[in-house]
Design a protein around this ligand. Structure first.
Ligand SMILES: [Zn+2]
Length: 94
């Protein structure tokens, strides 16, 4: 969808996404403080590339690769479930 937009519209679309992301973050911070909850912010960098079982970095994969097997420990991963597991480990420890 975004590739079919002109450069100007694509720029506006991306800026809109960034603005909404910052607004969501602002509201989460505000709501957590309001309700006395702790908000943990995690950098998602490489969370879909690292094996959540052994930590092996299998490198960048195209988005159409939805599943992969870790060459080090042999664990078969769903890309999204593995990323979620890595994010959970970053937020709460192993
Ligand atoms: Zn592994």
């Amino acid at each position: 969808m975004i590739l079919s937009l002109s450069a100007k519209k694509r720029f506006k679309f991306i800026k809109g996404c960034q603005r909404r992301k910052l607004e969501l973050r602002r509201q989460l911070i505000y709501k957590c403080a309001w309700y006395g909850k702790e908000l943990k912010l995690v950098n998602p960098y490489k969370t879909s590339q690292l094996c959540s079982m052994c930590g092996y970095d299998d490198g960048k994969k195209p988005l159409n690769v939805r599943e992969w097997t870790c060459p080090q420990c042999g664990t078969h991963h769903d890309r999204d479930v593995n990323a979620a597991s890595n994010i959970k480990q970053l937020a709460f420890g192993r």
